[in-house]
Ligand binder design. Structure first.
Ligand code: SAH
Length: 370
């Protein structure tokens, strides 16, 4: 077992990018436009372009007078500049590497499926949660991403999907906070981003909260806070293990909030929102894939959340460079699914998109290879 890194909750002292339209709630946009000396209605026009037509290019905003466009540029500073794009899975998986204003790097992954289009986005540059099997966790935290930087990943993905990069024009339907970072460690900015994403267009991107999933290592107070936001997004909890002794090492934050506490928060979340909670479980060969752990997982989820309120998502481990860990053999995986289902709990195995381009779950680690 590798030596655990220290957990990082505090904000590293790094300059955040300039204020962006997407940082602002609809009610604050008029004031921001007035501060620039323009009439308030320009705020609506600008929002219509950015959130409605998905453009941040002032040259495309031909209904705005040239002088106003120049002034409004102050609210659309370039935030996440594309650096590279890699494609695999027959063009249906596209990983984008982005650079922030200060050079930090983050990644997002657009995935086309027959029935939906999903983007997996980052909430932090790096991550401070130090899970030993996750590539991002090995690089530490560089900084939080701003609301604008989070929203702009979604805006650019929605635009690319609309413009047909997946072979035909599609509508971005699903957003998963499963890229780099721990979203609930960047709580305020992530919740503001959730609002921008789900507010109806053209005030926001108009994506249904039902299509949005926030994945967390299990920061209990933040889960409870999220439950009270009135945002019915799906909560995914990275459990990876049903017993504390092993989870203390796989998900080091377990030393702070243990399994019973995390599952209690998950149950309260399901009760408050009416949404089924997703439990993520990366199956690691001979580490957490034993039949008895499958039985124990089924039992604790039944007892502590309720069989109907929970779904288990098994993720075949994507080995990260330098790690001795590997995915479980398929027969072991099948037996694990069978036992969880025998406890009356729905259980699926996630497909592992993007493996050839290091875009699969837990492989995003842009900062480790600048
Ligand atoms: N910080 C959030 C989001 C992380 S990424 C969280 O921990 O939930 C989303 C999922 O990918 C998490 O469940 C994470 O544990 C999992 N993951 C990380 N590294 C992985 C790897 N190498 N193989 C499979 N899944 C991995």
């Amino acid at each position: 077992m590798p030596t655990p890194l220290p957990l990082v909750f505090d904000e590293p002292k790094r300059a955040l990018p300039p204020r962006h339209l997407a940082d602002l709630a609809p009610a604050d946009r008029k004031a921001a436009v007035s501060e620039l000396g323009l009439p308030g209605f320009r705020a609506d026009q600008l929002a219509r372009h950015y959130f409605g037509r998905l453009t941040a290019d002032l040259d495309e905003m031909t209904d705005l007078p040239a002088a106003a466009r120049q002034t409004l540029a102050a609210l659309l500073p370039p935030l996440v500049t594309p650096v590279t794009e890699q494609v695999c899975d027959d063009g249906q998986t596209r990983k984008s590497l982005w650079r922030g204003h200060d050079g930090v790097l983050a990644e997002s992954v657009l995935m086309g499926y027959p029935d939906r289009t999903t983007v997996c986005i980052s909430s932090q540059a790096g991550c401070g949660m130090a899970c030993p099997f996750c590539a991002t966790g090995q690089g530490g935290l560089q900084r939080n991403l701003t609301t604008g930087e989070i929203v702009d990943q979604v805006r650019q993905a929605a635009r690319a999907a609309r413009d047909g990069v997946l072979g035909k024009p599609t509508r971005l339907s699903n957003i998963v906070f499963m890229g780099m970072g721990e979203p609930l460690a960047n709580y305020k900015r992530v919740v503001a981003a959730l609002r921008r994403i789900t507010e109806p267009a053209p005030e926001g991107l108009g994506i249904s909260a039902r299509g949005v999933t926030v994945s967390t290592v299990g920061l209990v107070p933040a889960i409870d806070k999220l439950a009270a936001e009135g945002l019915p997004v799906t909560l995914a909890v990275s459990l990876h293990c049903p017993d504390d002794e092993l989870r203390d090492t796989l998900v080091p934050v377990n030393n702070r909030w243990n399994i019973a506490e995390v599952l209690g928060a998950a149950r309260r979340y399901a009760q408050a929102t009416g949404r089924r909670v997703s439990i993520e479980y990366a199956l690691i060969r001979d580490v957490n894939d034993q039949p008895w752990r499958a039985d124990l997982l089924g039992k604790v989820l039944r007892q502590q959340i309720g069989a109907k309120r929970v779904h288990v998502n098994l993720i075949p481990l994507n080995p990260t460079p330098g790690s001795e860990w590997d995915a479980s053999p398929k027969p072991v995986e099948r037996e694990f699914v069978r036992r969880v289902e025998a406890a009356g709990i729905s259980c699926t195995v996630r497909d592992t998109r993007g493996q050839e381009i290091d875009a699969a779950c837990g492989q995003l680690a842009a900062t480790a290879r600048p």
